[in-house]
Design a binder for this molecule. Sequence first.
Ligand SMILES: Cc1cc2nc3c(=O)[nH]c(=O)nc-3n(C[C@H](O)[C@H](O)[C@H](O)COP(=O)(O)OP(=O)(O)OC[C@H]3O[C@@H](n4cnc5c(N)ncnc54)[C@H](O)[C@@H]3O)c2cc1C
Length: 391
Amino acid sequence: MNIDYTKEELEFQQGVRAWFKENLPADLKRKNQIGETLSKEDMVSWQKTLNSAGYLVVSWPKEHGGPDWTATQRYIFDSERAAAGAPIGLSMGIIMLGPVLMAFGTEEQKERYLPRIKDCEDWWCQGYSEPGAGSDLASLKTQAVLDGDEYVINGTKIWTTYAHHANHCFCLVRTDNDCKIQAGISFILIDMTAPGIEIRPIVSIDGEHHLNQVFFDNVRVPKENLVGQEGQGWTIAKYLLTHERTTIAGVADSKLNLLNLKETARTQIANGAPLIEDPQLRLKIAAEEIKLIALEYTNFRTLADTAAGRAPGPESSLLKVKGTETQQALSELAVEMAGYYAYLWKADETAGPAEFLHATEKYNFLRAATIYGGSTEVQKNVVAKMLLGLR
Ligand SMILES: Cc1cc2nc3c(=O)[nH]c(=O)nc-3n(C[C@H](O)[C@H](O)[C@H](O)COP(=O)(O)OP(=O)(O)OC[C@H]3O[C@@H](n4cnc5c(N)ncnc54)[C@H](O)[C@@H]3O)c2cc1C
């Protein structure tokens, strides 16, 4: 599908396309295309390359080192990034915390943290979920008690993605137990090297270590690390989640994924014929392509909203639901096409074509996509309430 870009936008597109062609390392492209887990070094080094060209904090305003692009330029950039086979930038600092600090942070917090996010000096993780608080996030129990100039933090966070790579965590904590539960939550920045923090790995269904449980035992955090006012955490958390959900939909990456699947279907042979000659498979691929086109139109609608200065609303929940369902469906197709190679639980380079190397791991991990960033059921509740006026 094409939109009518202006002459300047087309030139911009050509420039971005040429840059990715020249600067994306072949090995990183290969790993990203076949779904291999990227190491911390892979990710940081790629972020630094993007940053050196001014291509990292692309959603940030100029005053904080962003390029001040229009929503259309950002869309073009992300489409070209995905089409080139390049991984997406680390979202925790750039897409989540950055906008929060710009909207709610003090001048000192902006000056201290924003340049470090931009220059990849800090790796942020998100401390929201707890063993008893996921969808029902407002019931979180991790406690922060003010003691002089410091908060003393006790409790635990779970499913914390890449906490083992991170040196900082933006965290939701309870600062008041005697009010409506949402009003007792605050948003605080924690140094992950502070005494009293323990990180325990959780190995997920793909056999990889992305996730962790983090324990806080009398961790002391300076008072000035509070973002916004005490009790403003819930407002900040909701602001941040809208940004997170729009990103998770991953439409541009699914488009490339579909393209690759079609190519694989043309080139891989099963029972003496290319896979694409199986009419059932063709139908399934076509069905996913149609859904993806519809999804892209929804993406354009949120793009138009952003361009008109309106914040993404319940559409970001719709995008999250359908975008992640599409990611799962494409991973199912890959497993189906891999046939008996999909029986390999972990990738084995000596067995089967490279296209199918990580198909099973990816399929397994993507079961989580309809859970993280707010589960599908919860997104449907948001849509029912905000878009359809149902309660
Ligand atoms: C891979 C992965 C990475 C993650 N990364 C992070 C991270 O970095 N930081 C972080 O803070 N969290 C992270 N999470 C946690 C994630 O946000 C939570 O898993 C999610 O919010 C769901 O919470 P829960 O797991 O406690 O499930 P629960 O809330 O216990 O839900 C269980 C089931 O009940 C359903 N349900 C719950 N409430 C309702 C309702 N009101 N109506 C209808 N159905 C409902 C849910 O849809 C789900 O199917 C991650 C999770 C995963 C899987």
